[in-house]
Design a protein around this ligand. Structure first.
Ligand code: SF4
Ligand code: SF4
Ligand code: FES
Length: 231
């Protein structure tokens, strides 16, 4: 099967190019296995990966136009030759399939993705009812792969102003948490025309998420809460 791979080494290449590899596909193979085989043939080929089971979030790539995690994407999903693998879109390429995710991590950090309490720390734990805990399902599972934010046109154009779907999903994860006591502070930080309101509900992010999370819905909840608080 033919795989066309984006290559670019800024130290030696004037511009990016596509390199074609033919790889024997075996039953049960994932796209990461193909990338590892290419790496065996060409040591200079660069891509990120670690856990191999959809947990670390490091091997997001763009496959035939759609962002995917290579390690949990079966090659059998692609019946049409060739398969074109590019870096996640909208980010500066460091080398081959490795992109600079600094803006993405900066935006994640900007929403203070940790529990904030004003009450004294309890001796044992902050309890929740099963219902309060259930509100966090669909939010805590994010593995920070970046497939959503790098598929979002609003994030491509304003990666330093618009927080992007991942950071906003994380923001809602703490706004929705019954144990968090910083709602006003969090909402004040989200104020302004860019951070939340640059989302135009195109829903690329939902389509791209390998964990089947819904950042658009989270953004809608944040907007509703902001509107409720402003009246
Ligand atoms: S719904 Fe919003 S956050 Fe998601 S891709 Fe579209 S503009 Fe980006
Ligand atoms: S919301 Fe989904 S696509 Fe976005 S970073 Fe989290 S796991 Fe990845
Ligand atoms: S290698 Fe960890 S998510 Fe794919």
């Amino acid at each position: 099967m033919e795989f066309q791979i984006y290559r670019f080494n800024p130290d030696i290449d004037q511009e990016p190019y596509i390199q074609s590899f033919t790889v024997e596909v075996e039953r049960g193979m994932m796209l990461r296995d193909v990338l590892l085989e290419i790496k065996r043939r060409d040591e200079s080929f660069a891509f990120r990966h670690s856990c191999g089971e959809g947990v670390c979030g490091s091997d997001g790539v763009n496959v035939n136009g759609k962002n995917q995690l290579a390690c949990i994407t079966p090659v059998a999903d692609y019946t049409d030759d060739p398969v074109v693998i590019r870096p996640l879109p909208g980010r500066p390429v460091i080398r081959d399939l490795v992109v600079d995710m600094s803006d993405f991590y900066h935006q994640y950090h900007a929403v203070d993705p940790w529990l904030k309490r004003k009450d004294p720390v309890p001796e044992q734990e902050n309890l929740q009812t099963p219902e309060q805990r259930a509100r966090l399902d669909g939010l805590w599972e994010c593995i920070l792969c970046g497939c959503c934010s790098t598929s979002c046109p609003s994030f491509w154009w304003n990666p330093q102003k618009f927080l992007g779907p991942q950071a906003l999903l994380s923001s809602w994860r703490f706004l929705a948490d019954s144990r968090d006591q910083a709602e006003d502070e969090r909402l004040n930080d989200l104020d302004g025309p860019y951070k939340v309101f640059r989302c135009h509900t195109i829903m690329n992010c939902v389509d791209a998420c390998p964990k089947h999370l819904n950042p658009t819905r989270a953004i809608g909840h944040i907007r509703n809460l902001m509107l409720k608080k402003s009246v």
